[in-house]
Structure formats: structure tokens, C-alpha cells
Design a protein around this ligand. Structure first.
Ligand code: AHR
Length: 537
């Protein structure tokens, strides 16, 4: 079965499961007649008058604290993600290790807190011993997940060095498809054992005297999907995963394990029951599939499906954790999320450019709203990985002599570099748009954080309305804003706008000041835009 069909099966399964789970309900807002805190600068090309919304902020109403591990990313051996992406020794832009300096710089600006590798589907056929030691002696293999040659020039030591360069914690996914328990525990030994054993001494021989102390380990990837090499049913996976978990944790009890889940209680429950004393996280993946959804509002509304999936994952994990008398629940790891297109025709065998998506403004809006959802689930989602970092469904695209930052790069940068620690429960009264798949959804998607020490509120507002702006009354409970504040805006004249080599900055972040002060003021959010507001209270 090729990758296109694999995706088709996954799509069908998810839709069936999610039926009837989405659709948040939000009341209609009304105008207040207050003056706008930003200059009345209608979104370019707006064809309809602004809608009215109200956002209510109360510092006492909190959803929890952000775990910085939600700013994770992912690199897999697929297309040009590794070879020609992060690693390109022949490039004039490569450093002494062969890593692209421009890609590393762009990753640093995204503040990637943890980085997943080597897959994805690739992990289920990967033998890590192929990728260590002298490069000339490493075997070339055929990558059966993505039908490409795997030269094994980028392996464990190269990956862990990249993590060090960008300041990310490594997150390794073990092979539970064709791999064995021995391979998994030896990998922990190679990375984390101090020395005096076969694999820890091999690591030293390969130039790394000190243990890497890799903390995060995934127990397989999407083992529930028939496209996976070594696909299993829940019972078989749970049985195998417990045995893998035991030997891996016996090798290093300090590691954290991410069990393979999918948000469906029929899979997650038996897996979590078996792993209740071993797993620290249960994974779930979400992709908005634009090939299927097609319409802009269907695509933008699909973040409701992500919201429902995260709720389902947390509910099962909480239930099983409570029954197992765990002192802390097993948390959700959304260790793949993104918006996909050209998936159905991009999976040709040996096409090195597969899945290189030219993201547009609409996709940046989707990423921002999805990030809002992830932040609002901060109590249960403690780990997340955008899939993927470079070239493959990625915000960074490489050319031989440069990189291009695509539209989705900018919301990722904004959130990871500016969000506060406490997530507020902002009351969002926004008019809604209708969708066929996800019910009615608010035009404005809103997420607020608060920096306790500096007393700064940060508000991320995604205006998903195409036809016109939104005029929102921002109202505070028991506090006042001390203007002026800072505003960061991402928008463009059209939802289709892309960054291209000729016009690399069509969609990027523009900074502005605004005057909002007091306990009630208005802000005009341009049509199809992401606005990030910061103000002292
Ligand atoms: O990110 C691309 C692929 O999507 C991953 O390899 C797999 O886990 C998922 O199906």
C-alpha cells in the first residue's frame, strides 16, 4: 500500500471516530460604541462591515500553566527533511558537521524545546545501529516507509548534536515495527549509560564520552494504522509496549516514555491500562486534511476537531490514571500536528520533493488557531511536536543557497517566543461561521496568557473571517490595562498569499503600538489576520 492509501485509511478512521464530537458553541456579541484602541485600519479588501465581538478577561480565571514542551518540533527521514534539509554537507551553508547553518538559525528562532526523530513512519523500520560509527562504513538501506534510499549518514550522534546546537531536548522514537526489545534497550544504553558496557563504550569510541541523558522516548509510531510497518491491534501493541517499556526503564529509570495512542478510547484505554505504571504520556496526532476539506471555512473550522480529539485523549488518560492510583495523570503528547495538502498526489515513489507544501496565509491562520487550542488544553497537553521542521510539511524550505520562511513559520515563532506561562480562560463572545463538518465556529479564536512576574497579559486573536474585520470590545474583570501596549500582526491582502523566493516577506510579523488602557476598550482585528496584543495590567 502506498503512502497515499495509508493516509486515506487514517483519514477515514479519524472522521468516523470524531463524528459528533466537535462544535463548541459561542454566543453572539454586540457592539459597545467605544473608540478603537488601534487606528481604524480596515483589513485590505474587506467587502463587508465589521462584525462585533466581546472578549472578557479575568486574571482569576485560569486554565493552567504552559509546559514549554509544547513548543516541540520533528524531523524525519522523508523527502528532503534530513538530507538536503537539516543536513547537507556539500552545501556552502553547512557547518563543519554538515548541518545547514541557516536551518539551525531558523530553528533557534522558533525556540524548539524538544525535537522528535527519526520518525514518524520511518521509525518503524529503522535500525539505529546502522547510523553510528564511521560514515563510510554505514550501510545504505531502502526506506520502506517512504520508498527512498537511506544512506544512514545522519544517525543518532548527528541528531543529538543538532539538538545541542538548537537547544532542544531530544525525543527518540523506538522501532516497534521491525525492531526488538534488545534494540530499544541498547539504544537507551548507547545514549544514557555512563560507561563500561558494550554500547556505552561504543558511544565513547564514536566520540561522545559523556552520556547524552536522552529523557524522552516514544514507544513506537502510529502502531494503530495499517500503513505502519509492523501495524498491531491494541491488545498486541499493549503487550509488546509493556515489555519494551520495562527493559528501557530498567536500563535508565529516569527516562520518560510516550505510549502510542490516537485519542480513540477503544485504542487508548487498553494501551493505557497495560502501561499505567510505565508511561508518562500518551500520544495523539492531528492533521487538517485540506485535500478533503477543500473549503476555507471547513479547513479553518477543523481546529474544533483537534479540540475534541485532545479532550478525548485527556478523558481516557485521566480515567485510567485515577483507576491505577497514579499521583499524576498520564499527560497527552500531541507529537504530530499540522495542516496538510497535496498529500494525495505528493507521495510518488522516489520523489525527493514529496510533501513540500507552499503554505499560504490561510494555513498560518490555521496554525495559530490550532496553537490556541493546544494552549487552552495546557492542563493535559504537556508535549507537542509540529510535523515537521524543514521541507516536509514544514515552515522552513531550503534551496541550495538560501532558505525561505513560509507563512506558518511566523505564528510558530510568535507563540513560542512570546507566550506567558499562565493560560487564561478568556470568555469569547464572537459571531460564528457555519461548517458542514464541525458545526458553528467563532470567527475569532482567542487565547490569553498572563505573565505573573511582569504583570503582562498577552492575547492571541485569530480573525478567521474572510469578508471583513471584527471590532471587539475587550473587557476586564477587576483590573485595568495600562496602555500603550504592543501589537504584532500577521496578515496579507489575500488568504491565498504565499511567501515566495521573489516575495519572501508577503506574510510576516508586523509590529505596531496601540493605546488600549482602562477596563474596557475596543480593538479592530483586520479580516483574515493573527493579532498578538501585549499590555501591562
Ligand atoms: O509526518 C508525516 C507522517 O505522518 C509521519 O511519518 C506519520 O507518523 C504520520 O502519518
Amino acid at each position: 500500500m502506498d503512502s497515499q492509501n495509508k493516509r486515506g485509511v487514517q483519514k477515514w478512521t479519524r472522521r468516523q471516530f470524531m463524528k459528533g464530537m466537535g462544535a463548541a458553541s459561542v454566543a453572539l456579541g454586540s457592539g459597545s460604541g467605544l473608540a478603537a484602541a488601534n487606528p481604524a485600519e480596515p483589513g485590505q479588501g474587506a467587502s463587508e462591515p465589521p462584525i462585533q465581538a466581546t472578549l472578557k478577561i479575568d486574571l482569576e480565571r485560569r486554565l493552567g500553566e504552559v509546559d514549554i514542551n509544547i513548543y516541540g518540533n520533528f524531523i524525519e527521514h522523508i523527502g528532503r527533511c534530513i538530507y538536503g534539509g537539516i543536513y547537507e554537507p556539500d552545501s556552502p551553508l553547512a557547518d563543519a558537521d554538515g548541518d545547514r547553518k541557516d536551518v539551525l538559525d531558523a530553528a533557534r528562532k522558533l525556540r524548539v524545546t524538544q525535537l522528535r526523530w527519526p520518525g514518524g513512519n520511518f521509525a518503524s523500520g529503522y535500525h539505529w545501529q546502522d547510523g553510528i560509527g564511521p560514515k563510510a562504513k554505514r550501510p545504505a538501506r531502502y526506506n520502506l516507509a517512504w520508498f527512498q534510499l537511506e544512506p544512514n549518514q545522519f544517525g543518532t550522534d548527528e541528531f543529538l548534536k543538532v539538538c545541542g546546537k538548537i537547544g532542544a531536548e531530544p525525543y527518540l522514537c523506538v522501532n516497534m515495527g521491525t525492531g526488538t526489545m534488545d534494540e530499544a534497550s541498547y539504544w537507551v544504553e548507547y545514549c544514557n549509560h555512563p560507561g563500561g558496557t558494550y554500547y556505552s563504550d561504543l558511544r565513547k569510541q564514536n566520540g561522545h564520552a559523556e552520556p547524552y541523558k536522552v529523557k524522552y522516548w516514544g514507544l513506537g509510531n502510529e502502531m494503530w494504522g495499517p500503513w505502519q510497518i509492523g501495524h498491531k491491534d491494541a491488545t498486541d501493541y499493549a503487550k509488546a509496549a509493556v515489555e519494551f517499556a520495562k527493559v528501557m526503564k530498567w536500563m535508565d529509570p529516569s527516562i520518560k516514555l510516550i505510549a502510542c495512542g490516537n485519542g480513540d478510547p477503544d485504542w487508548d484505554r487498553p494501551v493505557l491500562q497495560a502501561l499505567a505504571q510505565h508511561a508518562d504520556y500518551i500520544s495523539v496526532h492531528y492533521y487538517a486534511l485540506t485535500d478533503e476539506l477543500k473549503d476555507d471555512y471547513e479547513i479553518l473550522g477543523s481546529t474544533a476537531e483537534l479540540d475534541a480529539l485532545l479532550r478525548a485523549s485527556a478523558a481516557t488518560a485521566r480515567e485510567v490514571s485515577a483507576k491505577a492510583h497514579r499521583s499524576t495523570p498520564i499527560y497527552t503528547a500531541l507529537d504530530e500536528w499540522n495542516i496538510l495538502y497535496n498529500w494525495s498526489d505528493g507521495a510518488k515513489r522516489n520523489d525527493v520533493h514529496k510533501f513540500e507544501v507552499p503554505y499560504n496565509l490561510r494555513d498560518a491562520l490555521w496554525v495559530a488557531a490550532a496553537f490556541n487550542v493546544i494552549h487552552r488544553h495546557c492542563a493535559s497537553v504537556r508535549f507537542a511536536n509540529l510535523a515537521q521542521l524543514v521541507n516536509v510539511i514544514a515552515p522552513i524550505q531550503t534551496q541550495p543557497d538560501s532558505i525561505l520562511l513560509l507563512t506558518t513559520y511566523y505564528p510558530l515563532e510568535l507563540y513560542a517566543s512570546r507566550a506567558g506561562r499562565v493560560v487564561l480562560d478568556v470568555l469569547n463572545e464572537s459571531p460564528q461561521f457555519s461548517t458542514r463538518n464541525f458545526g458553528d465556529q467563532p470567527y475569532l479564536d482567542v487565547m490569553g496568557t498572563y505573565d505573573e512576574g511582569e504583570r503582562i497579559v498577552k492575547l492571541a486573536v485569530v480573525n478567521r473571517r474572510k469578508e471583513g474585520d471584527a471590532l471587539a470590545t475587550i473587557q476586564f474583570e477587576g483590573l485595568s490595562a495600562k496602555g500603550p501596549g504592543r501589537a504584532f500582526l500577521i496578515t496579507a491582502p489575500s488568504l491565498d498569499a504565499q511567501n515566495t523566493l521573489d516575495r519572501p516577506h508577503t506574510v510576516s510579523i508586523r509590529e505596531a503600538h496601540f493605546t488600549g488602557s482602562g477596563d474596557r476598550w475596543q480593538y479592530r482585528f483586520p479580516r483574515h489576520s493573527i493579532t498578538w496584543l501585549e499590555f501591562s495590567v
